[in-house]
Design a protein around this ligand. Structure first.
Ligand code: GLC
Length: 797
């Protein structure tokens, strides 16, 4: 069953059956201010940090799960009937009203037709220049489609939040009396009295016919956002109070002749009356149109860095639009603001951020580099990364903001610097490919010599930071000579401590490969020699100690028991170790073919590849928390999306394009649009995981948008399946595609030049380039031209 469709021209997903089994998510904002918003207009906003500077309130894990939101209500002032422009919160019966929601690139549009009135609400956050104040605009249009003049009221409504999310969710005896509402410049302002200069506002481009600044007054006793008193009565009470729960509610009365349309703008932002005045001037109707067009231009430019045209419509749709969009959101908002991660633990997750920043340097160079610099600062001198840290605390010594009159323990620099006992074995290793991919994209090799402090003491060049990460991992080996698993590796629930992790060993090899590529490009011979030797020794050890005959082990417990062997009854075959054995180049060809066949045989489902099979059912703390996770859920036998692309890369390295596509297709959300009653999640975004075979809800996807699956899916599909990879000096095009494809076209922008790539596959092979022509002449490589438009013809065979 499906609940919506793709409008590729507009780059929107259109939800035309709004009673979807789960609300579908989008994100507004491309810079400092962000809003997570559902297709029912539920959601919340923040500025810079959803933990320390929340603007609107979210009731975590509530019923429904996405209330409250950024709502607009309409009321027929003759009949007294009222409804919201998004289906919720009023939830009109769907045979009485036609509702639609459109999620686009950094905007969402809700519309409703009922009672002869068409209403539309577009939410977006304009891109600001310089020190302009960020604001969210509610662009509302109301049209009278009936044949008589109508008297209507439009109401905009938001519930404000205390900035500090801990205060907002816990200590009501303080927060309830520390925020108040005011009226300035015809706008409702929320003042956070304890926090000097902290104001937020809800304003309109009109003089309101009514307002409320107190939530309880607007909603009324024994009511909810579904039937707020102010809207039901058609009259707001003008409530303002020092204390209580501040809200912003504004009423505008309209009289519309038949066919007439009115436009009303609401603004949600941070600042006081001065900011309101400036906002109104900047974003009058023409300014709002300009800002919306600018947002479109912004996404045109980003998505234009790589556009493809293949025989696979859903792959085109994903890579040209949604997959890159989702990856951008991850880099921008760094994972901690959704309906699941409700913004209470911001900062950066080390491995997640590094991988996000690795995958899309072509479209988001500045933000990726910013994240990498923050991660470098979050690395200990000894080489490991701080698993979860707040860069602001490292930079300023503490988080600025709300000062409580009573003592509240705060995260300080010292408590963030954890010891090796809490180090995850993989964290800092991801940073190396992230750095190297960013330099391959930009060509800025001077970045390697930039000096950046370590988290605990001293500073080092980026190059020295990379060596510290490698040195740490090469030193952390267990009794078999394989790298230790420490607190966890990529799998948070595999907690091996002094036991050994095959995945980390292979990741270490892969990270060293990236490092060596850079070392060779820079002519750093001593480092090349040293790390090539270390790497070869590790590969040798892995091939000897981890090969189990048909596939690779996942590792060893601290007391030396093998995990993921043929003898095991549970946790027999694992995705991480087998894919990485191939991706790292460690497995011999025979081993690679055999272990990826085992992945196909044991882990493949029509919804994607499971992480391990069979799921663990016997509790075993020497393996880790994974044995305490329900079978088929998350890290224990679910289709964990993030590692799926590792299998696509592995198959491409083995030259099996059809197999890579089989795996790709199983996970691709766009392929599941008509299975929404099972998937129960957005068909335009990868989810963190999908329930595996061992669970009763097999096929149900959970946790959209904020997942490393997105970046990795984009990385694997563009760089390995389509094979378009920048290097230090040249661009490589080395596809691995299904034999049935005749070829494909792509436009890739790289270091100031545009490459128009055309791949032909007349012999219907899966891999191999027979001939390459650049600008019409046969060539051995594709240079970094630096400017101009260049043709690249690739003949496979
Ligand atoms: C979550 C975490 C990520 C981890 C993964 C597997 O997605 O954010 O860091 O690698 O789970 O445990």
């Amino acid at each position: 069953m499906r609940y919506g469709y793709f409008d590729d021209q507009a780059r929107e997903y259109v939800i035309d059956r709004v009673d979807a089994p789960q609300s579908m998510t989008n994100y507004l904002g491309t810079q400092r201010m962000g809003t997570v918003i559902s297709h029912c207009a539920g959601g919340y906003s923040w500025l810079d940090s959803p933990q320390h500077h929340r603007i609107t309130r979210f009731r975590p894990n509530g019923v429904p799960m996405d209330w409250p939101g950024h709502y607009v209500y309409l009321r027929d002032d003759e009949s007294g009937k009222y409804w919201s422009l998004s289906w919720q919160p009023t939830g009109l019966p769907l045979d009485e009203a036609k509702y639609e929601a459109r999620h686009g690139m950094s905007y969402s549009r809700f519309s409703c037709e009922t009672e002869g009135i068409r209403g539309e609400q577009t939410l977006f956050i304009p891109r600001e220049d310089g020190d302009e104040d960020p604001v969210e605009i509610f662009d509302v249009k109301v049209r009278n489609d009936s044949d008589r003049t109508r008297a209507l009221s439009v109401f905009g409504y938001v519930e404000f939040s205390f900035h500090e999310i801990d205060m907002d969710n816990q200590n009501f005896q303080m927060s309830l009396y520390a925020a108040g509402s005011h009226l300035q410049e015809d706008a409702v302002l929320c003042e956070l009295h304890y926090e000097p200069g902290a104001w937020q506002f809800f304003a309109g481009n009109f003089v309101p016919d009514g307002f409320d600044g107190v939530r309880e007054a607007f909603i009324g006793p024994y009511r909810t956002e579904r039937n707020p008193l102010g809207v039901a009565e058609g009259k707001l009470s003008g409530s303002l109070e020092l204390g209580g729960n501040p809200c912003g509610a504004l009423q505008k009365k309209l009289t519309l002749r038949p066919g007439e349309e009115a436009r009303v703008l609401f603004y949600l932002g941070t600042g006081n009356g001065d900011t309101v005045r400036k906002t109104r001037e900047r974003y009058d109707e023409a300014g709002t149109d300009r800002a919306f067009a600018e947002l479109r231009r912004f996404w045109d430019e980003k998505l234009g860095m790589l556009q493809i045209s293949t025989p696979h419509e859903n792959m085109n749709r994903s890579l040209n639009i949604w997959n890159l969009y989702q990856s951008e959101i991850n880099v921008l908002f760094s994972r901690f603001s959704s309906f699941i991660e409700v913004g209470g633990r911001t900062g950066l997750g080390y491995r997640d951020t590094a991988q996000d920043a690795m995958c899309i340097p072509h479209a988001e160079p500045d933000m990726c580099l910013k994240r990498i610099r923050q991660l470098l600062h979050g690395q200990m001198r000894m080489g490991y990364g701080l698993h979860l840290f707040d860069p602001a605390v490292l930079e300023q010594g503490e988080q600025e903001g709300f000062k409580s009159p009573t003592v509240i323990p705060e995260a300080d620099r010292k408590s963030m610097l954890h010891g090796i006992r809490d180090a995850c074995a993989d964290d800092a290793l991801w940073l190396i490919p992230a750095i190297v991919e960013n330099v391959r994209e930009s060509g800025r090799t001077d970045f390697f010599d930039e000096e950046i402090p370590f988290a605990d003491e001293g500073a080092g060049t980026v190059w020295e930071h990379m060596k510290a990460a490698l040195d740490f991992s090469y030193a952390q080996t267990g009794v078999h000579g394989v790298t230790k698993g420490l607190r966890a590796d990529w799998n948070d629930c595999l907690n091996l401590g002094g036991g050994e992790s095959a995945m980390v060993a292979f990741l270490l090899v892969w990270a060293t490969n990236h490092f060596l590529d850079a070392a060779r490009a820079l002519g750093r011979a001593e480092d090349t020699e040293k790390y090539a030797k270390l790497k070869e020794a590790m590969e040798e050890t892995c091939r000897k100690e981890l090969w189990d005959g048909e596939w690779f082990l996942r590792g060893f417990t601290a007391d030396g028991r093998a995990i993921g062997s043929r003898e095991a009854r549970e946790g027999k075959v694992h995705m991480e170790s087998n894919t990485w054995a191939v991706v790292s180049g460690t497995a011999t060809r025979e081993q690679g073919l055999s272990c990826m066949d085992a992945v196909d045989e044991w882990l493949y489902t029509p919804w994607g590849l499971m992480l391990n099979a069979p799921s663990f059912v016997t509790l075993d703390d020497s393996i880790g928390f994974v044995t305490r996770v329900y079978p088929g859920v998350k890290e224990n036998g679910a289709i964990f999306s993030h590692p799926n692309p590792w299998a696509w890369v592995a198959e491409c390295m083995l030259g099996r394009g059809s197999r890579a596509m089989k795996f790709y297709d199983a996970l691709l959300p766009e392929n599941q649009n008509d299975k929404m009653e099972i998937r129960q999640a957005e068909p335009y975004s990868y989810c963190q995981f999908i329930m595996g075979r061992d669970h009763t809800a097999f096929g149900r996807a959970r946790h959209p948008f904020m997942t490393g699956s997105s970046g990795w899916a984009y990385y694997a599909a563009t760089r390995y399946m389509l094979g378009i990879r920048p290097g230090f000096e040249t661009l490589t095009v080395d596809p691995c595609i299904p034999a049935g494809w005749d070829g494909f076209e792509a436009v890739r922008k790289w270091r100031g030049a545009e490459y128009r790539i055309s791949v032909r596959n007349p012999q219907h092979v899966e891999k191999g380039v027979r001939k390459l022509c650049v600008d019409g002449a046969e060539a051995a490589e594709i240079p970094a031209f630096g400017s101009g438009i260049h043709s690249v013809e690739v003949l496979m065979g």
